[in-house]
Design a protein. Structure first.
Length: 351
């Protein structure tokens, strides 16, 4: 039996909904839309000649009567534009701009404001120049824009010049870049037996204390992990997906977007921290809307931390949005990443 593209898509969605209960609401919403699209396809397929004739008739109608219907209005508009353009150039050179008889006073005031003019106190319909540095021609505009772009480029290059991919703070660890063999660092204690790279503890403690002064609670719930701990977390995630009926390979692929593959986790080098608050302890997307999540997103860069897996960068990081996962990169790098809206992978590509 032949099934159309839309019918096959509906069947696939139903099967997906049966295996993934969380997607059932999506399947219920999308299925009627796909059925409607299939209905339109069938109508177009069976009425091709009728539709072609209607389109041809419409084109002929516009060709024959378009000039008659719209020609006069177009011609009148061209005259007005030509008049206003010539008048506007002369008035601009003279230092004032008068209201055109073709436009309302309010509309022209808007245009005058846009080009840097203001109404004289004694004449509501006359406008004088208030921007002494307004460029007079295209060359000055181009020169001003070029100067601004060069200044921004020089600033950006100078900031990048102070960063190096060889800096221990910028070590890239992900699925494509596992932890280098023989990588070593000194562990330091944060509190209650929790550890991380000893070199980041001062900045971490300062961030937690400053947040507390602002009434913001920051609690470290998952700092450094050894190999066995990372393996256990990853295996548990695979088992969760296996219990939902997925194959091992499907479970492995999904697990790797939620828990980093052992050997490629930043937690294993002591530079990554999972953070929560005293009133929100769930590691989910909702953390981004909490007081702590908002404060960290806005201020963590000041202490050298960056939101490691931001929303919209999943296709680069390979990890789903994790508003609780912060990585230490140093203040200079964190500031640059924040200002330019980039993740660590993108920063390394620029160095």
């Amino acid at each position: 039996m032949y099934f159309s593209f839309f019918e096959r898509l509906i069947i696939s969605l139903r099967n997906l909904g049966n295996h993934r209960p969380l997607l059932k609401p999506f399947v219920i919403i999308v299925t009627p839309l796909l059925r409607f699209c299939d209905y339109i396809r069938k109508k177009l397929t069976h009425n091709t000649k009728k539709i072609g004739l209607l389109l041809a008739a419409g084109i002929v109608f516009l060709f024959l009567f378009g000039q008659f219907l719209f020609g006069e209005n177009i011609e009148g508009l061209e005259k007005v534009n030509a008049y206003d353009y010539g008048r506007g150039v002369k008035d601009f050179e003279a230092g004032f701009l008068s209201v055109s008889p073709y436009e309302s006073d309010e509309n022209y005031k808007f245009k005058a404001d846009e080009f840097g003019f203001r109404a004289d106190s004694d004449q509501d319909n006359q406008y004088s120049i208030i921007k002494e540095d307004t460029p007079k021609d295209a060359e000055e505009v181009l020169a001003a824009n070029t100067k601004k772009q060069l200044a921004e480029q020089v600033k950006e290059e100078s900031e990048l010049a102070n960063l190096s991919a060889d800096d221990w703070r910028l070590i890239l660890v992900n699925k494509q870049h596992p932890i280098p063999e023989g990588y070593e660092f000194e562990l330091g204690t944060i509190y209650k037996g929790m550890k991380c790279d000893a070199r980041i503890i001062d900045d971490l403690s300062r961030m937690i204390d400053d947040a507390a002064d602002k009434g913001v609670s920051i609690i470290v719930c998952s700092p450094y992990r050894n190999d066995s701990r990372q393996n256990a977390l990853f295996d548990n995630k695979i088992m969760d997906y296996r219990e939902e009926g997925l194959t091992y390979m499907e479970s492995y692929a999904l697990a790797s977007t939620a828990v980093t593959v052992p050997g490629s986790s930043e937690h294993q080098i002591g530079l990554a921290l999972d953070l929560i608050s005293n009133n929100y302890s769930s590691l989910n997307a909702g953390f981004a809307q909490t007081q702590t999540g908002i404060w960290l997103e806005e201020h963590s860069w000041e202490y050298g931390f960056t939101l490691r897996y931001p929303k919209g960068k999943e296709y680069i990081t390979g990890i789903e949005f994790e508003p609780w996962h912060f990585r230490y990169v140093g203040v200079a790098a964190a500031k640059y990443m924040k200002e330019n809206g980039i993740c660590l992978e993108e920063l390394i590509d620029q160095l």
